[in-house]
Design a binder for this molecule. Structure first.
Ligand code: FES
Length: 65
C-alpha cells in the first residue's frame, strides 16, 4: 500500500508518496475527494471534466513510446 506524508515546505503543503513496484494509485485532481490525496470517485458528480491522475510504479524501466 502506498505510503504518503504531507508536510509544510516553504509555506506550502507538499505530499510525498512511496509506491511498491507494480503498485497503482489514482490521485485526486478535483480537490473534492474525502480521501485526499487519493481519488474516491467524487469527480464523477462534478460538472467539470477533471478526473484523477493514475500513477503506476513500474517493475522494469519504461520504454519510450
Ligand atoms: S475525486 Fe477528485 S479526481 Fe476523483
Amino acid at each position: 500500500m502506498a505510503i504518503h506524508e504531507t508536510e509544510e515546505r516553504f509555506g506550502k503543503l507538499r505530499t510525498t508518496m512511496k509506491l511498491n513496484p507494480g503498485e497503482r494509485v489514482a490521485l485526486c485532481r478535483c480537490m473534492k475527494s474525502a480521501d485526499f490525496p487519493f481519488c474516491d470517485g467524487t469527480h464523477k458528480q462534478l460538472e467539470c471534466n477533471t478526473g484523477p491522475i493514475i500513477v503506476e510504479a513500474l517493475t522494469e524501466p519504461a520504454e519510450e513510446a
